[in-house]
Every structure is written in C-alpha cells, then in structure tokens.
Design a binder for this molecule. Structure first.
Ligand SMILES: N[C@@H](CCC(=O)NCCCC(=O)O)C(=O)O
Length: 252
C-alpha cells in the first residue's frame, strides 16, 4: 500500500477575483479532483503582486509537481511585449506563474499547464499570444450561457505531431477531439517550445519543452470529466508518474 509520504505534492496556482465585493481566491474543484484521483496531493498557491519571487523560492523546494490551471482572466499583454489594456487581468497570478515556470524548468520539476496555464508557459518561454483568435475556421470559444456539459463538450479536432511527446504519451494517437474555451491563443510559440498539437486553422494547441521529463501545456481542458476520456486519463496519470519519479530522485 502506498504510504502517505510517498504521494507527490502538487502546487496549484490560484486565481484571484472579486466576488460580491470581496477579494476572493478561486479554483475549480475539477483540477484538484483529477490530481487527487490519480494519486497526488495538492497545495494551493495564492499570490500577491510583489511576492512572486518569495513565494516561488519558499514553495518550489517542497513541491514534486506544478499545475497551472485555466482561468477566465488573461495575461497582461505587456508580459509579452504587446501594448494595450487588459480588463480581465490577474497580475499576481501573472507574476507568480511567470516566476515559477522558469525555475520549475531549471529544476526539471514536472509541470502540467492547462489553457491560461499553457499561455503562461508560452510567455515564460519567450513566445507571444494572439489576444483575440479569429473564429471563422475553428470556433475556439464556447457560449458561457450554455449548460456546462455543452460548454465543455468536444468542439474540434487537433492533429498531434507524429513522434511528439504528447502523441507518444497518448499511445500513438494522431488526432484528438478537444473542448475549447479560450479567446486567446498562441501567436508565436517562441524558440524553446515544441508544438505538440495544432487545430485546423493552424493555431498551436499543445506544447512541450523538449529534454524536460514532463513540461506539457494544452489549450483544452483535460480535467473536465477526465475519467470519461482515455486521452485525459493518460495525461494526468503520466503527469503524476513524472511527479513520483521527481520525488524519488529528489530524496536520493
Ligand atoms: N482567458 C484565457 C484562458 C482561457 C481559460 O483558461 N479558460 C478557462 C475557463 C475556466 C476553466 O474551466 O478553468 C483565454 O480566454 O484565452
């Protein structure tokens, strides 16, 4: 039987919002359930502008993995050298995520980045975002008034790169139907990232850092009813396996 101390500890970056006038931390339970179901334990990472570096340095040594979840908020465009205002921002999250990611990459700490999280991985790795994806060829954004099951239903296919990390991890799959709840997306993945999946309009929908044990970002939401999808289950299991491995190596 697995001992308590053998379970990998996964840090999950929180989202900040204002609810009924109260500054509030939010995180959909589905992200935490997926991690705990496959054998991890989670610790929430709230943040504050100005404290990103400190939080990063104090928490990373304790972690065996990092999950960057989705969020309705957007990364402020100045973070990738684009001018303009961002009305749906979460500056503390930008700061923490963009501090944690380079350090996690250096430590070879496993990292799974979902939707906004994948966009953070792109920006941290020197890439840029398209702030408003076109929707003529592929509809990337679901109607937020629709029932959740409809919003998170498979929306379009992505082609997986042959011999890519993701394709390998998904048992050699060549394509995948994915849900789609993002208005922004990758414009230029930058020099460090490997494209792992692409939508029919050419938008890169999944990336990885080559030569890293597990640094994968997906633009879709594998955590949504992950048990019903072989691909999503495999992704979370592979992530936790990498976290187990990291933990073991760290303790040697
Ligand atoms: N705001 C960004 C990122 C989109 C995103 O992360 N959506 C998540 C929706 C809520 C969830 O299920 O966690 C964009 O619009 O591109």
């Amino acid at each position: 039987m697995e001992r308590i101390m053998d379970k990998p500890l996964i840090g999950v970056v929180m989202c900040h919002t204002v609810k009924d006038g109260h500054p509030t931390w939010v995180l959909h339970q589905k992200y935490l359930d997926a991690i705990m179901d496959v054998g991890g334990v989670v610790t929430a990472l709230p943040h504050r502008p100005g404290l990103g570096e400190t939080i990063s340095h104090r928490t990373l040594p304790l972690l065996d993995g990092l999950l960057l979840p989705g969020s309705p908020s957007n990364i402020e465009p100045w973070r990738y050298n684009v001018s303009g205002e961002e009305s749906e921002s979460d500056p503390g999250r930008d700061e923490l995520a963009l501090t944690l990611i380079p350090q996690a990459l250096k430590l070879r700490l496993p990292l799974l980045a979902i939707c906004r999280g994948m966009q953070e991985l792109v920006v941290a790795a020197g890439g840029t975002l398209n702030r408003q994806l076109p929707s003529e060829q592929v509809l990337h954004y679901a109607d937020t008034d629709a029932p959740l099951a409809e919003q998170y239903a498979p929306a379009h296919p992505v082609q997986l790169m042959a011999d890519g990390q993701l394709a390998r991890l998904l048992g050699g799959a060549r394509s995948l139907q994915v849900n789609s709840l993002h208005k922004q997306g990758i414009k230029d993945a930058g020099p460090r990232l490997q494209a792992e999946a692409t939508a029919a309009d050419g938008v890169i929908e999944a990336v990885s850092i080559p030569d890293h044990p597990f640094a994968i970002g997906v633009q879709w939401h594998p955590e949504w009813r992950y048990q019903d999808s072989d691909a999503s289950s495999r992704l979370f299991e592979a992530f936790i396996n990498a976290c187990h491995h990291y933990r073991k190596e760290k303790r040697l």
